[in-house]
Design a binder for this molecule. Structure first.
Ligand code: ADP
Ligand code: MG
Length: 473
């Protein structure tokens, strides 16, 4: 086993240029159009090896661009004229599988007609069987559902050349070890296997030993770019902790905040307190139904919810570009988890804010965090927090839910067209549009949300009448 050093390969500036890689001109042009101007460190470390066909075990934190690292590799291995499944990507959850599918589709735009299919549980098998009969080049799915299809022989893997395990650590947490091994055994022996993970628990080595061939191990350290993230620490009594969160929100007025709690019960309590005080807050924890979870994520990412309250497990793999603040409602006992939590703010050169509430019995954890970060904590008294403005903190957008999605052939452009060309709203009044299989979410300026919903209900999208409602807490 060899270990590549990402620092060595990114020493020369040009080494991070995509044009250094054996990619087609069309792919390079597409990357430019997507705004991928240079490789992220994990991409610069992985792609030269992966494009040579080597097996990889790659570790880098969330948001570092791991998806494109394997997507560009599997696309390079793909023969679009061969109409058979050539790649299988295993992901822990449907939501992550959807994100991966979207990213592969974006990167595959350079080539015509590459068909990517998502196969996850919680969705009727019947539709998936029909989809598979039409053929696919790339399958992205969760281990359980992929096993179902292999057992029914509705999925054939004999033409497969690339197997990807994404978020392998999380799949192990979820108890997928045996399923993954079984799926890997059904893949042809002559293939490339790529394993991606945010952390490197023991199980990974055990897993890879089962079916990887002389893998190259790549690790890109979490960057503690200390200066970018301003951290503040507040001592609280347990009884005042939840109220302190709203004090922080009113003082700093961050546009978007991810608030971490150590337990689901704490998440629930905090959301209840914040909602009662008029904040737009939503909770993300394990036992939400998939549909509810999708809605929560869409509303937070499209700026119609200001505070997302989550446990560490629920927040793993979340891909949200810019967060104004992270609040650690409870201090985590694991210093590495703390670094991951606060690393979600202050990305891509922006400044970030990490606010921490600490009770006396958590002081020991703070010591471990200081040691890990090599810096002392900056303590502030709660009494220093002032209410900057009487205005409640409201998000700029609201989300409309439209019944009907990709399966009804609705595309983002159709929705945008209905709102701008047909109803006369400006492009600025419309935010993110997410089209799922059966439903569509569109963010609009919150002041006009009710009006837009009733006008859309009365009108048409793509010639069809639609059912629209504004999502509220
Ligand atoms: P990870 O899987 O490591 O958590 P993702 O693959 O989801 O990270 O990527 C995080 C974000 O970075 C995505 O929004 C993706 O579009 C973007 N991204 C990936 N590679 C690049 C690049 N080379 N340049 C600019 N943005 C990138
Ligand atoms: Mg990922």
């Amino acid at each position: 086993m060899t270990t590549a050093s990402p620092n060595a390969s990114s020493a020369a500036a040009s080494a991070a240029d995509f044009s250094q890689l054996p990619l087609t001109p069309a792919t390079l042009e597409n990357l430019k159009q997507l705004g991928y101007l240079s490789m992220t460190p994990i991409q610069a470390a992985c792609l030269p090896q992966a494009l040579l066909g080597k097996d990889l075990i790659a570790q880098a934190k969330t948001g570092s661009g791991k998806t494109a690292a394997f997507a560009l590799t599997l696309l390079a291995n793909l023969n679009p004229r061969r109409f058979a499944v050539q790649t299988l990507v295993l992901c822990p959850t449907r939501e992550l599988a959807d994100q991966v599918t979207t990213e592969i589709r974006r990167l595959a735009r350079a080539e015509d007609n590459i068909k990517v299919v998502t196969l996850c549980g919680g969705v009727p098998l019947r539709g998936q069987l029909a989809t598979l009969e039409h053929g696919a080049h790339i399958v992205v799915g969760t281990p359980g559902r992929i096993m179902d299809h292999l057992e029914r022989q509705s999925l054939q893997l004999d033409a497969l050349n690339t197997l990807v395990l994404d978020e392998a650590d999380r799949m192990l947490d979820m108890g997928f070890f045996d399923d993954i091994v079984k799926v890997a055994r059904q893949c042809p022996k002559e293939r490339q296997t790529l394993l991606f993970s945010a952390t490197y628990p023991e199980g990974i080595a055990k897993l890879s030993a089962q079916f990887m061939r002389d893998p190259v191990t790549i690790k890109v350290e979490a960057q503690h770019s200390g200066g970018q993230i301003e951290q503040r620490w507040y001592e609280v009594k347990d009884a005042e902790r939840l109220h302190a969160v709203s004090q922080l929100l009113l003082h700093f007025r961050p546009a978007s905040t991810l608030a971490f709690c150590n337990t689901k019960a704490q998440c629930r309590d905090l959301v209840a307190v914040l909602q009662a005080q008029g904040f737009s807050a939503l909770a993300l924890f394990g036992e939400l139904e998939q549909r509810e979870r999708d809605q929560v994520l869409v509303r937070f990412a499209n700026k119609s919810c200001s505070v997302l309250v989550a446990t560490d497990v629920a927040a793993r793999g979340l891909d949200i570009a810019s967060l104004a603040a992270v609040i650690n409602v409870d201090v985590t006992p694991d210093a590495e988890v703390h670094v991951h939590r606060i690393g979600r703010t202050g990305r891509a050169g922006e400044s970030g804010l990490a606010l921490n509430l600490v009770s006396l019995n958590e002081m020991g954890y703070v010591g471990k965090i200081e040691q890990m970060q090599g810096r002392e904590s900056d303590w502030h008294p709660l009494s220093e927090l002032t209410v900057a403005s009487q205005e409640p903190l409201v998000p700029p957008m609201a989300t409309l839910h439209i019944q009907g999605g990709r399966k009804e052939k609705i595309r983002p452009g159709d929705v945008l067209g209905a709102l701008t060309a047909d109803l006369g709203y400006t492009r600025e009044q419309v935010g993110k549009i997410n089209v799922n299989d059966w439903s569509t979410y569109v963010a609009v300026d919150r002041h006009i949300a009710e009006q837009v919903a009733s006008r859309l209900n009365a009108g048409r999208i793509k010639g069809k009448s639609v059912k629209v409602r504004v999502l509220t807490d």
